[in-house]
Design a binder for this molecule. Structure first.
Ligand SMILES: [Zn+2]
Length: 193
């Protein structure tokens, strides 16, 4: 599954807090270059602890494995997040393979974040990840709250207008209806006389 580097969407989360990194495929060109050893070491550790990261960020586990589209040799289905203040860099665990085998060069800001972020299996990481946990979309029912009439503007809301027309018939209307029915009956009686 392809996402451009630093896109605000990925397979597991999306939004202004998301930065996708390393979602490569065989159809889009990607940056290549040497990656410093400390960055590569930490990429491998994050890939190992991807399950812990996924749990901390409430991403849920996705079905099946990704196969590396560049060589068809590596397979991995997990993802991890690198937390940097209000941002989370969302990576497939396969990113370590992309760097080691295919010469992928991740964005510099991601490399800096990776060096600064505690490893997923630490209490520090859990604390940093807590505010960035994935929130599932609201269920449909609570999305319809805008249909509830706003009592401050009772006649501007179609629901309220319907409620006005549906109110019980008052005594004057009953009287008017009786008069109408009686005169109709009188007319009919004259016609068939
Ligand atoms: Zn590969």
């Amino acid at each position: 599954m392809y996402f451009p580097d630093l896109a605000q969407e990925s397979q597991v989360d999306r939004g202004p807090h998301v930065r996708a990194v390393g979602w490569l495929d065989d159809k889009h060109p990607f940056a290549r270059g040497p990656v410093p050893e400390p960055v590569r070491w930490r990429l491998a550790r994050f890939a190992e602890q991807a399950g812990t990261s996924t749990e901390a960020l409430n991403w849920g586990f996705f079905m099946g494995f990704h196969t590396c589209e560049l060589c068809n040799r590596a397979r991995d289905g997990s993802n991890f997040g690198v937390v940097a203040g209000p941002l989370v860099y969302v990576c497939p665990a396969m990113i370590a393979h992309y760097v080691e085998v295919h010469g992928y060069l991740p964005p510099e800001q991601f490399q800096l974040a990776l060096l600064a972020c505690p490893l997923p299996a630490t209490p520090e990481y859990q604390a940093l990840a807590a505010p960035l946990r994935y929130v599932p979309p609201e269920p449909l029912q609570s999305r319809t709250t805008h249909n509830i009439p706003d009592l401050r503007y009772p006649f501007s809301n179609p629901v309220t207008e319907r409620m006005v027309w549906a109110r019980p018939i008052g005594p004057w209307r009953v009287f008017a209806i009786i008069v109408l029915v009686l005169s109709a009956a009188k007319c009919a009686a004259k016609l068939f006389d």
